[in-house]
Design a protein around this ligand. Sequence first.
Ligand SMILES: *[C@@H]1O[C@H](CO)[C@@H](O)[C@H](O)[C@H]1NC(C)=O
Ligand SMILES: *[C@@H]1O[C@H](CO)[C@@H](O)[C@H](O)[C@H]1NC(C)=O
Ligand SMILES: *[C@@H]1O[C@H](CO)[C@@H](O)[C@H](O)[C@H]1NC(C)=O
Ligand SMILES: *[C@@H]1O[C@H](CO)[C@@H](O)[C@H](O)[C@H]1NC(C)=O
Ligand SMILES: *[C@@H]1O[C@H](CO)[C@@H](O)[C@H](O)[C@H]1NC(C)=O
Ligand SMILES: *[C@@H]1O[C@H](CO)[C@@H](O)[C@H](O)[C@H]1NC(C)=O
Length: 538
Amino acid sequence: MFVSSLLLAALFSPAALAQAQYGTPASSGSSQVTFTNDRRLLFDVDGNQIDAYGSKINFFNGSYYLYGNSFSTTGVAFGIKSYSSVDLQHWRYEGFLFDPFAPNPCDDLGGCGRPHIVYNSKNAEYILWANAGSSGYVIATSSSPSGPFTFSSTRAAMDPQFNGLQRADFTVETFDSNKKGCIVLSALNFRDPRAGSIWPPIFQTLHISELTTDFANTTGVSYPVRSAANDLIDQEAESPDLFTRNGWYYVSASNTCGYCNGSIGLLYRSRSIKGPWTRQIIAGYSCNGQVEGVLPLTDPRTKQVTYVWHSTSVPGGPRTGFGGHIFQPLRFRPDGSVGDLDCSDNAQFQVGFTRGSGAVASGAATTAGDGSPSDAAYTPVCDSDQFDLFQIWRASRAGTLKTVSVNIAGAKVQTVPLALTFFKFSSYNDLLAPEYKWTTLGTASVNSTYLSYVFNTTSVPVTATGNATVAPGDLLGLAIAGEDFTPYCHLEFDVDSRSGMVLYQRGAGQNSWRGLKGNTSPVYAREGKGVKFFVEYE
Ligand SMILES: *[C@@H]1O[C@H](CO)[C@@H](O)[C@H](O)[C@H]1NC(C)=O
Ligand SMILES: *[C@@H]1O[C@H](CO)[C@@H](O)[C@H](O)[C@H]1NC(C)=O
Ligand SMILES: *[C@@H]1O[C@H](CO)[C@@H](O)[C@H](O)[C@H]1NC(C)=O
Ligand SMILES: *[C@@H]1O[C@H](CO)[C@@H](O)[C@H](O)[C@H]1NC(C)=O
Ligand SMILES: *[C@@H]1O[C@H](CO)[C@@H](O)[C@H](O)[C@H]1NC(C)=O
Ligand SMILES: *[C@@H]1O[C@H](CO)[C@@H](O)[C@H](O)[C@H]1NC(C)=O
């Protein structure tokens, strides 16, 4: 979603040069960020996929924090992770908000889905709201936006008319200079007699309540968020978020789906939380996503606020951990309505925003020597059952190699390990020829016990001594091989043919000449594609 040419422009601005030369932290100021529809998967500065389904981004204490449910450990929502960034591009992993391995309320129905945090400036406390258990919402507090959070023994109470219904997706948000707060929740009725055999399985309606002054409870009084139609669209609404603009309350939402790859995008607006609400459908499939939040970004130069709509995009089916995101500004009309989302493939959106304070985060991936581009659009590919892969590149500099890292996801079912080999070789022709032996620099074998359900990086350390010193242009490779019934998954991108990167493949079990003339190598290029990886030097 983010394009690096802008980052480059920012890096070469005088202020950034001063920062680079003197190492003083940049102060918050105006910055630009570009979102694109095709760059969906996000990574932290160590190269691991951002593991936060249903993300919400808040600006707390001079940094942006991205929160969401982790899917890496169990393949379903398990705990809540946070990431911080000052530039909305370089994200630092800040860990779990609490220890999900210790007994906690999130073990209950709801799994602490749709986590939202509000800040109470009166006692400098961050309050985490989460959906778990059957009455009201779980509350936890911390003095830091990234935790650790301590669960309260009492729960936030909702309007008693929803007793007996599951309070599901929700948002809590503060406004009026952090003086007032509201919750918008979706009350889920599993027992509605109108449920169909195929669909809809449930009915769920949106309701808004004010928060108490400590932002840790509600007033217990709610108002419906629905249009005059009060139709099946209003009665199938979930994943809400809330913001205010020019005297309007806005509630973003989607239609009901279970970790789906796209759902109707809804925007309700009203002058009062008591309604009446006007509804717009602003996207038929939310760019193959489901709205997760709206992020207000203020450009400090113009004071203009851009409201960035963001959706989670998952493949559908069990691989929810492969979730990415789309981000794009809402386009308001004078009457307060907004235009449809732009879901065209290559759409880009540039937004001015307030840069956070302090240094831009860096990590193993951002300081790496060689690798695939940080700003490519990466797509999950799961085909280790069908192909062995050989990713080839040229060393960009002289130095001693330390590790190569690659993003691999597993499921807890594979039994045949995936073998990774870091190697050096003499020429492309040699590599494809029979009987050729490369020089092994290091090996790693991973299996489903070791891998997670998301695209975490796996590193192959160099163990060969003496052969790991390279000159610019030296040919290097990473082999990825393992054939279980259930494939392992890696990430691919469209390679620029000038990059010197080539991805070779060999079909499962193909280990002899092929073709009528008996001279076709079983190893051949996967044209135009590359695997996501990066290399660290000593
Ligand atoms: C992801 O990889 C990092 C670095 O190897 C490791 O610290 C972390 O525990 C891994 N996370 C998961 C969910 O496997
Ligand atoms: C804000 O950040 C500063 C510097 O890291 C820290 O000392 C302070 O406790 C933080 N305050 C809040 C409310 O998070
Ligand atoms: C919320 O209010 C209800 C009663 O109105 C109370 O029982 C509950 O303990 C309160 N929860 C919190 C977290 O303050
Ligand atoms: C994903 O969404 C697109 C439309 O946005 C649809 O054509 C496709 O069939 C969907 N896939 C699944 C698995 O629902
Ligand atoms: C994965 O490998 C480790 C040792 O490297 C082994 O103990 C474990 O049983 C393996 N897991 C599976 C699922 O084969
Ligand atoms: C370097 O690699 C070659 C094979 O290409 C091998 O014969 C040699 O022993 C290696 N040298 C060291 C120091 O490992």
